[in-house]
Write a protein that binds this ligand. Structure first.
Ligand SMILES: Cc1ncc(COP(=O)(O)O)c(C=O)c1O
Length: 254
């Protein structure tokens, strides 16, 4: 089975450079065609591979194609695919230390390397997530717990109009009302407009949304900058001294 799947994958990858960067013509019709009720009978392995490689995979964008320039999903490293295969096939439980300490140690190495690359201090730590959506959710909840107390509904989140939709989704999942999210405009280089950010913060303060200046001992304000579609960096901390530090996330560009 491994051999057959590997042959299909290798054939597919060999054909990528000469194929289209995306082939979405007729993809909706194909999707409708492939919907099926719960099967009562088994399907032959070959037939499943045919469906995958000859009908489903061909009707999609080819993120690994050298000409594929849309969106940011990675090119899909072959080495990473092999690593996923080994991890899935050996299927060790790494959700807790005691069940697989050596494997957790390997994961900890990677997290520490990332911290080092980012220039974070020695006591930093983190976790690997399935992608940007989970990373943004974890970052939002971490910021909420770090900056706000349990009654966090006055907390305001500042993000840019270039942020990924998973940012607003994360804020909803983290329990913030949608009206607490400010989408700050960006400049001609798609960086968050810091003057607009300052105005939004002042406006919120004037509207009594910042209890730190009147009733609360803690700054009840969460601030983050996110940019997705285009590379940009906004130096928020330099420009807005006196406010809480920014919360870098998977969505923010360096
Ligand atoms: C900057 C950014 N944030 C978040 C996401 C969402 O990640 P996920 O694929 O986990 O939904 C993406 C996805 O491409 C992204 O580019």
């Amino acid at each position: 089975m491994i051999q057959e799947a590997a042959e299909r994958v290798l054939d597919h990858l060999e054909g990528v450079p000469d194929g289209p960067a995306a082939n979405l013509d007729g993809a909706h019709e194909k999707a409708a065609e492939l919907r099926e009720p719960l099967p009562e009978e088994p399907t032959a392995y070959d037939d499943l591979l045919d469906t995958l490689f000859e009908e489903a995979i061909v009707h999609s964008s080819t993120n690994v194609h050298p000409g594929y320039m849309a969106y940011t999903p990675g090119g899909g490293l072959f080495h990473a695919a092999l690593a996923d295969f080994v991890a899935d096939a050996t299927n060790r439980y790494v959700g807790t230390w005691f069940a697989a300490p050596a494997l957790v140690a390997l994961e900890t190495n990677v997290v520490n390397w990332f911290c080092e690359i980012m220039g974070y201090p020695d006591e930093s730590f983190g976790l690997l997530t399935s992608g940007g959506s989970m990373a943004n959710l974890v970052a939002t909840i971490t910021a909420r717990r770090e900056r706000l107390d349990d009654d966090f509904l006055d907390g305001i989140i500042y993000t840019s109009d270039q942020s990924h939709h998973s940012v607003s989704k994360a804020t909803v999942l983290a329990g913030f009302p949608p009206e607490n999210v400010r989408s700050i405009e960006t400049d001609e280089r798609f960086r968050m407009d810091v003057d607009a950010l300052e105005s939004a913060i002042e406006e919120d303060r004037d509207a009594g949304k910042d209890p730190s200046s009147s009733s609360g001992p803690r700054a009840r304000r969460t601030r983050a900058r996110w940019t997705t579609s285009r590379p940009s960096r906004t130096s928020v901390t330099e420009r807005t001294s006196g406010f809480t530090p920014t919360v870098p996330t998977a969505g923010s560009s360096r």
